[in-house]
Design a protein around this ligand. Structure first.
Ligand code: SF4
Length: 438
């Protein structure tokens, strides 16, 4: 029996694909071993969202080669999709598998092993001209309570700082019937929470009116009907998808978690225009109000880029003031990363790393204050927690899990009580013995 080891870099979509590739390997007789153990095949699902991600992808490939010089090293995903030629020159790589080709992992490996000369293989398509959604699936995930479900791929937005549309291609949706089959299989395997995810989830169903695709809302409605699924969480959403009708429909579905990640990127309209983001700060604020109208204390989280080319001190202050007014639960702050191949990389007014660090620090500090303020609203409230793990610290055991708003909660318990807590949804009162942790 051949041994295989996998390592994932990047987003939840990549993580899903890595797990799906693992299931393909297991089904065809491979034994899966940890990455630091000896294996016949090492698969790295690479990321290319920033220059750092590229570097980390190369580092993992060279680590695998150093660790096991005779083994087969497979580089899959966005880094080799974007830089296939560099991949071909990289001696740490034996097989290159671009996006939309991961479903063919087993026949590609079989062909390589059958080839006496072990010639390097490169399986990369022109991702920008495919309309095919790559049908991968899985029946279980590394996490035992929450399953991330890929339902969409590609993006048509072309934000000026982002390389993803060039590595993932145009927006493509998974057939509804496929999604439903997977959700039922996961429910049958005991998963109570699914997270619908994609490269641009809000584009689900927009790639043509063909039968069987529908819209993101109709997809959520279908998943909502599956017995055994008790929570539906949504991946990152495009602000424009939030309308009163959309929010009202979601609020009528009790399994939908009131936790919305709406990527803002900047609170300054001039910066948003240079980013090619298709909404103004006023429109964004309106979307948050809509969610707060239909949900009680929804958890609003977001991403913010600081130091985008041309972002003056005044523009940064405008952005910061706006973010302050929205009262997010969580803000993920990113210092602008100049990404070769994007329009922003050649824009004037590149901001110094020192200044980016200063702006990032200020946004992070404000974000922490807002997070505490949001959490304090829940003290004394009764909430449902889906418990995910038992944790021991200094001899003290706690059962830990998340609320529907994605607050992480710890409740004292005893060693060996996995059967009482894991994958159980329990109502607890926050602050009474239980506490919010990070
Ligand atoms: S929406 Fe913008 S940031 Fe997100 S994947 Fe598409 S181009 Fe990139």
């Amino acid at each position: 029996m051949r041994k295989a080891a996998l390592h994932n870099l990047g987003c939840k979509v990549n993580a899903y694909e890595t797990e799906a590739m693992q299931e393909l390997l297991e089904k065809s007789g491979y034994q899966i071993v940890p990455f630091d153990e000896e294996a016949d095949v090492y698969i790295i699902n690479t990321c290319s969202v920033t220059n750092t991600a590229d570097r980390k992808s190369r580092q993992m490939l060279s680590r695998a080669r150093k660790q096991s010089p005779e083994s087969v090293i497979v580089a899959a995903g966005c880094y080799v999709q974007a830089q296939a030629d560099a991949g071909k020159r990289d001696e740490n790589i034996d097989i290159i598998i671009g996006n939309n080709k991961k479903k063919e992992l087993i026949p590609i490996l079989d062909a390589y092993f059958a080839d006496k000369e072990k010639k390097k293989r490169s399986e990369v398509i022109d991702i920008n001209h495919t309309r095919e959604y790559e049908p991968l699936s899985l029946t279980r995930t590394a996490e035992h309570t929450r399953a991330y479900l890929k339902v969409q791929d590609g993006c048509n937005q072309f934000c000026t700082y982002c390389i993803i549309p060039y590595t993932r291609g145009r927006a493509r949706s998974r057939e509804l019937a496929d999604v439903m089959q997977e959700v039922r299989a996961l429910a049958a395997n005991g998963y109570q929470e699914v997270v619908l995810t994609g490269i641009h989830l809000s584009s689900y169903g927009l790639d043509g009116p063909e039968q069987g695709k529908g819209s993101l809302l109709s997809l959520i409605r279908s998943v909502h009907e599956v017995e055994g699924i008790r929570r539906i969480r949504l991946g990152s959403l495009e602000p424009r998808i939030i309308t009163a009708e959309f929010a009202h429909s979601l609020a009528e579905m009790p399994k939908v978690c009131p936790h919305f990640h709406l990527s803002l990127q900047s609170g300054c309209d001039a910066t948003l225009r240079r980013m090619n983001r298709r909404y103004s700060s006023e429109e964004y604020k309106e979307k948050c109000s809509i969610l707060r109208k239909y949900f009680t204390e929804p958890a609003l989280t977001t991403d913010i880029i600081v130091g985008f080319p041309g972002e003056t001190k005044e523009e940064f202050e405008t952005s910061k003031r706006f973010v302050d007014k929205i009262h997010f639960y969580e803000t993920h702050i990113f210092k602008y990363s100049r990404r070769q191949g994007t329009r922003a990389a050649v824009m004037e007014g590149q901001v110094s790393e020192t200044e980016k660090a200063r702006r990032s620090r200020l946004m992070i500090e404000m974000g922490k204050r807002k997070q505490t303020a949001y959490e304090e609203k829940w003290i004394g409230k009764k909430v449902d927690v889906l418990f995910e793990e038992l944790v021991e610290e200094n001899g003290e055991w706690t059962a830990e899990g998340h609320t529907r708003e994605y607050l992480r909660i710890a409740v004292p318990c005893c060693k060996g009580e996995e059967h009482l807590w894991l994958n159980q949804i329990k109502e607890i009162e926050i602050g009474k013995k239980s506490q919010i942790i990070h």
